[in-house]
Design a protein around this ligand. Structure first.
Ligand code: N2P
Length: 360
């Protein structure tokens, strides 16, 4: 009897020990989009282990989400994709009581997010940023000799040709690149018209011979180590490239501009999957990300702007005062957003993007 009781106690202890050990959250986020120290700090504080996996395109994330159970708890879609995924029933509604720190999100960003997630029911903003042009300052001076301030640098064939030799990468992201092309053509950057999307793709095809690669994460190192000299790129990644080059002390100086015609402003969201295996841990993780000091730490390392105003005292001055990361009111006016595509439009975009990349 006693023996049975003791062995029951032991097994109870073991089960709870295993359960305690097994507190886990599975996070699927963009590459180069967090301070790795935040993950270890989170585990130290909460005992929740983070299994962390990365991607570099919304299309990759969406394909996984629509294919069925992923095992992930928290994912980070860009707003227009998130909107479609909400409609597809991929996410669960958030219980705001479990996200006290999310009350610190700015009203402005909450309102912007609500355009994609009415009533802010399913997601909270993680970071936001502009898409523009990153370049190697010295190389650009040598091969171009004029200030880089316009989409004409990319979309005028005679311009981009000058950079072809020192290397050009373009984001493998139709939302980012086709909207820039539409803007360059003087069309609505959020156009859903098949003929306009085709014209935007054609403009890119005209400069394609000068583009070395379409890729959405390799350009950080490629810029930093001097392998390429120009990229159609995201702001945060471009400044990460700058910092990597400075750390390597290799003489490469990377700059980034928001073109004068205006550029895409995007927002990425933290959301919990409907079939998340670790919902409580997912809440703990998201709430931790919303803590002002933590949000600041992520901004300092990634060079992406967060939406927690109380984080600003903890943000490095060079980041906070960088107008391409935290744009002024005036620059903000030049930024545009894109809305979600319905499936028919998405199909056209996917087809046009394939035509850009493969010629078929
Ligand atoms: C981080 C990319 C985040 C911006 N490398 C694209 N959603």
């Amino acid at each position: 009897m006693m023996r049975k009781f003791i062995s029951a106690l032991i097994s109870l202890y073991l089960t709870s020990a295993v359960a305690a050990q097994e507190r886990v959250v599975n996070v699927y986020n963009w590459s180069d989009y967090i301070d790795p120290k935040v993950l270890t700090d989170f585990t130290k504080e909460t005992g929740v282990k983070v299994v962390y996996d990365t991607y570099d395109s919304n299309e990759t994330l969406e394909t996984k989400l629509l294919a069925g159970k992923t095992g992930y708890d928290v994912v980070v879609p860009s707003a227009p994709f998130m909107q479609r995924q909400i409609q597809a029933g991929v996410y669960q509604k958030l219980d705001r009581a479990k996200l006290p720190n999310a009350r610190g999100l700015s009203d402005e960003v909450m309102a912007r997010m609500a355009a994609y997630d009415p009533g802010n029911q399913y997601a909270v903003n993680y970071m936001w940023y502009a898409t523009g042009i990153a370049f190697n300052a010295k190389k650009a001076q040598q091969v171009f000799g004029r200030p880089i301030d316009s989409w004409e640098v990319i979309f005028k064939p005679e311009n981009l040709k000058r950079f072809a030799e020192c290397g050009v990468y373009v984001l493998d992201s139709p939302d980012d690149v086709l909207s820039a092309s539409l803007r360059y053509l003087g069309l609505n950057p959020d156009s859903k018209k098949a003929d306009e999307i085709r014209r935007a793709a054609d403009a890119l095809i005209k400069v394609k011979s000068s583009i070395k690669k379409f890729h959405s994460s390799e350009y950080i190192n490629a810029l930093a180590n001097g392998d390429i000299c120009l990229a159609l790129a995201w702001a945060g990644d471009s400044f990460q490239a700058r910092n990597r080059a400075r750390e390597a002390n290799n003489g490469v100086e990377i700059d980034f501009i928001i073109p004068r015609e205006g550029a895409l402003m995007s927002m990425d969201a933290l959301a919990i999957l409907k079939d998340a295996p670790h919902v409580e841990e997912a809440y703990a993780f998201i709430d931790y990300m919303m803590r002002p000091e933590v949000a600041a730490q992520n901004t300092n390392v990634t060079n992406y702007a967060n939406s927690i105003p109380a984080s600003q005292p903890f943000i490095d001055k060079t980041v906070l005062e960088n107008k391409a990361i935290y744009p002024t009111e005036e620059v903000m006016k030049r930024l545009f957003t894109v809305s979600s595509n319905d499936l028919a439009v998405q199909k056209i975009i996917t087809r046009e993007w394939t035509r850009v990349k493969t010629g078929k």
